[in-house]
Design a protein around this ligand. Structure first.
Ligand code: SF4
Length: 295
């Protein structure tokens, strides 16, 4: 293996670990040739997917002249660019305009998107859904099997629990907005790779910019790490503590799938505590019987 190939593999593995999302490839402690060959083989699979990006697809929507187009966020050499950090400054849109822009973004760009390799294995894209004027924007990791089949976010068992969490807050699913950091299902429900996240998340940012929620709730660690651009975060230290993303308050809490796996009073009480903080922040009443998973 020549030195150039070794450097490309090292760079790719480093990017895998940069966001802590690289569950699919374990970086070797030393740069063993076998591991490098395997990594190159996987990295080589990435290249053809990036070739799907066409000039037609990379044109930013005329509706969003001020926002970076996904093509500008596309990974170079597998590295993940830092997300935008500036608060949104443009005036809020009318409800009708928000709806129009969300539909246009989905129909014109996301549905036919082939910007990363996840397009090759998805059944359909999962754009997100909810109230265009939602005060709360829930962000998960990526579509699972049920979501991939139905084209809607959080419709499996984890989705049922999320519905209960929302109901526990005294709200209906239609009153919030729900989306994921990637719009296509990663094969086998693996964690999205950093380059997939980097390629897809401009769509999410544009959804948030259109809706301009008062509070973002991240569900699980991958969504939190991406939004905070911090690979070292842990749920244990993060959940329940307010953060901020582009001027919007952000509350990290557990992913409903984790709650289902750890279905204890302690876990459910922790989530309920996080959601209560969201209600307080929004000045909404706290239902006396609200409790994750029992609502
Ligand atoms: S995951 Fe996102 S960037 Fe990749 S193909 Fe799907 S919509 Fe496009």
């Amino acid at each position: 293996m020549d030195a150039g190939a070794k450097n490309r593999v090292k760079l790719w593995l480093r990017s895998e670990r940069a966001l802590g999302l690289g569950a699919s490839v374990t970086a070797p402690s030393s740069f063993a040739p076998d591991a490098a060959v395997q990594a190159i083989a996987i990295a080589e699979q990435i290249a053809p997917a990036q070739h799907h990006v066409s000039a037609e697809k990379t044109e930013p929507s005329a509706l969003f002249p001020a926002i970076s187009a996904p093509s500008e966020m596309a990974p170079r050499g597998g590295l993940v660019p830092p997300p935008s950090v500036e608060p949104f400054t443009a005036p809020s849109l009318s409800t009708d305009e928000k709806r129009r822009r969300l539909i246009a973004l989905d129909n014109n760009e996301v549905r036919g998107c082939t910007r990363c390799r996840l397009c090759e294995t998805r059944t359909q894209t999962v754009f997100g859904e909810g109230d265009a004027d939602a005060p709360i924007f829930f962000i998960g990791e990526g579509p699972g099997e049920n979501e991939d089949l139905k084209g809607r976010p959080f419709v499996g068992r984890a989705g049922e629990l999320l519905d209960k969490m929302i109901a526990g807050m005294g709200l209906k699913r239609e009153q919030v907005y729900i989306a994921n950091i990637v719009k296509c299902r990663p094969p086998g429900n693996r964690v999205p790779m950093p380059d997939e996240v980097a390629t897809c998340t401009p769509y999410l940012e544009r959804q948030i910019e259109i809706i301009r929620p008062k509070v973002i709730v991240t569900l699980g660690l991958p969504a939190l790490k991406y939004m905070m651009n911090d690979p070292k975060l842990t749920m244990g230290r993060s959940r329940g503590n307010w953060r901020e993303w582009r001027g919007i308050k952000l509350m990290p809490t557990f992913h409903p799938a984790y709650v289902l796996r750890q279905y204890t009073d302690e876990t459910r009480a922790a989530v309920w505590s996080d959601l209560k903080q969201v209600l307080v922040e929004l000045g909404m009443p706290i239902p006396t019987r609200g409790r994750t998973g029992s609502a």
